[in-house]
Design a protein around this ligand. Structure first.
Ligand SMILES: Cc1cc2nc3c(=O)[nH]c(=O)nc-3n(C[C@H](O)[C@H](O)[C@H](O)COP(=O)(O)OP(=O)(O)OC[C@H]3O[C@@H](n4cnc5c(N)ncnc54)[C@H](O)[C@@H]3O)c2cc1C
Length: 458
């Protein structure tokens, strides 16, 4: 297994990354991206075990309910790059079906997966295409490159062109896993491509963002400092991919199989994270109410109760998803589609309302609080200390910590990114609603409704 130091060294591979209009020659030393890389490096150190047989537990294929639960717990304790291993789970889950058209696909996936486990690498998921006009199919767009496609091939591999959007962690992982965003139609074979591309491959260009504060007092941004990972637009400017890294090539009938499977693993991780997030929102709401002296007011108690119920319902969906898991074709345990999707939809759908409650409870200082640097400044510190105090015994330092945490979590650049992410991640609300409906037992529901209409049998 890699240590954090080895992981950081592994990123110094000449990959092509741009940030804020300039080329980043070393992502580990950039002011923003370097902070993200160090978050991941700390995770590597926390998981590291010595010896040639040691293996990151995220590569364990869950075969029992305990292993599936352990996987969820592992993901919530670490940065998001570990959760992005969902893409490897999705490939494994899909491999049996992919071998119908390509008998060696399963072998290639397994070989790639084992190699990734041995090298202890991290993944990014590249599904979301540029898409152009959303109402037009890939082959109908005025530019054929608006969905990633194969533009050439030779005896050794394919050449791909196009761009994938919103690629979380792209600049600081090793494997960029490209999947078709949806089912392709006959005639769109060039778009039915799934493959794994090393991040330093020539022609791969990442235009990225960083959500880290690059100035200011470190206590002003306590959450992004621990969690913020960049998102990239990844351009494939005629990139050669050897066949051993190609998992789907022209099979339009099965082009959506991997994305569907990824949806399940992504949303399971989303439910697990959001259950945890619900607890954090509830805790933050209670703490700030106590600090402000408002914890006994009835409308504040009602709003905190709403957040508590939100967190509890999300936990309940996670439990139901695990309890109703099913064994897949290869013995891998798959969480329930119904409860996973309903849980993710519930959590994403109501997140904005819970944040509104938190903002309402906390008050406007979450937006306007002075910096910790102002508390430390001898010219202003005494004023901040005197006027930022809250309920009896609650210091300005304690309240500032709460206000900055809530701002960082929900109301600044990182908080805004998180709000959009919880809504859109795992394919967005529409996809989660559709999958939930498709897995709901409507025949049973209709039968129960009909039973209500039956006259009493005297
Ligand atoms: C912070 C963040 C991180 C992300 N990380 C990743 C990642 O790592 N990898 C990855 O691949 N993706 C990632 N995503 C992408 C995410 O899955 C997409 O944002 C989501 O699928 C929506 O796609 P879009 O952004 O292109 O919006 P659009 O497709 O433009 O959708 C916008 C709205 O239009 C609706 N819509 C669009 N087309 C249609 C249609 N034909 N019929 C009906 N409704 C339609 C959608 O349902 C939605 O309501 C991330 C997104 C965010 C915000």
């Amino acid at each position: 297994m890699m240590t954090g130091t080895q992981y950081l060294a592994s990123l110094q591979d000449g990959r092509t990354v741009f940030l804020d209009g300039a080329r980043v020659h070393d992502v580990t030393t950039d002011a923003g991206l370097g902070q993200s890389a160090r978050i991941v490096a700390r995770g590597y150190d926390a998981l590291h075990r010595p010896g040639p047989d040691a293996r990151n537990p995220v590569f364990t294929i869950p075969r029992t309910a305990e292993e599936l639960r352990a996987r969820c717990e592992l993901l919530t304790k670490h940065d998001v790059t570990l959760s992005l291993s969902a893409v490897a789970m999705a490939l494994l889950t899909s491999s049996t079906e992919l071998t119908h058209a390509d008998p060696a696909a399963g072998e290639r996936i397994q070989h790639w997966f084992d190699d990734c486990a041995t090298r202890d690498v991290r993944f990014a998921e590249l599904i979301t295409d540029a898409k152009g006009d959303r109402m037009l199919a890939p082959s109908q767009q005025d530019d054929p490159d608006l969905y990633v496609r194969v533009v050439d091939r030779d005896s050794t591999g394919v050449v791909i062109r196009g761009a994938k959007f919103h690629t979380t962690a792209g600049p600081i992982v090793h494997e960029l896993v490209v999947l078709p965003t949806k089912r392709m139609k006959p005639g769109e074979e060039q778009y039915a491509i799934a493959c794994a591309v090393p991040a330093d491959t020539p022609g791969v260009i990442q235009i990225t963002s960083s959500h880290h504060a690059r100035h200011g007092h470190p206590r002003d941004k306590p959450i992004s400092a621990k969690l913020a990972i960049p998102d990239s637009m990844v351009v494939f400017d005629d990139v050669h991919v050897p066949y051993e890294r190609v998992f789907l090539d022209g099979d339009v009938a099965r082009s959506a199989v991997i994305a569907h499977s990824l949806g399940l693993w992504e949303r399971l991780s989303g439910v697990a994270h959001m259950a945890h997030l619900g607890d954090q929102l509830a805790g933050m709401a209670q703490l700030v109410a106590e600090a402000n002296g408002t914890a006994g007011i009835s409308h504040i108690k009602d709003k905190i109760a709403d957040i508590v119920i939100y967190a509890t319902m999300t936990h309940a969906c996670l439990e139901a998803a695990l309890a109703n898991s099913e064994v897949g074709a290869d013995g891998m345990l798959l969480p329930s589609e119904l409860y996973t999707n309903a849980g993710k939809l519930h959590a994403a759908n109501h997140y904005a309302v819970m944040v509104r409650h938190l903002h309402d409870i906390a008050g406007g200082t979450i937006a306007t609080a002075p910096s910790f640097a102002d508390l430390a400044n001898p010219e202003t510190g005494a004023f901040v200390e005197k006027y930022l105090r809250g309920a009896k015994g609650v210091s300005a330092d304690e309240r500032l910590a709460l206000f900055h945490a809530i701002r960082n979590m929900t109301a600044d650049e990182w908080g805004g990114r998180e709000a959009v992410s919880w809504l859109q991640s795992g394919g967005g609300l529409f996809a989660q609603r559709t999958v939930t409906r498709n897995h709901y037992d409507m025949a049973h529901a209709k039968a129960t409704a009909r039973a209500l209409m039956e006259p009493i049998d005297d």
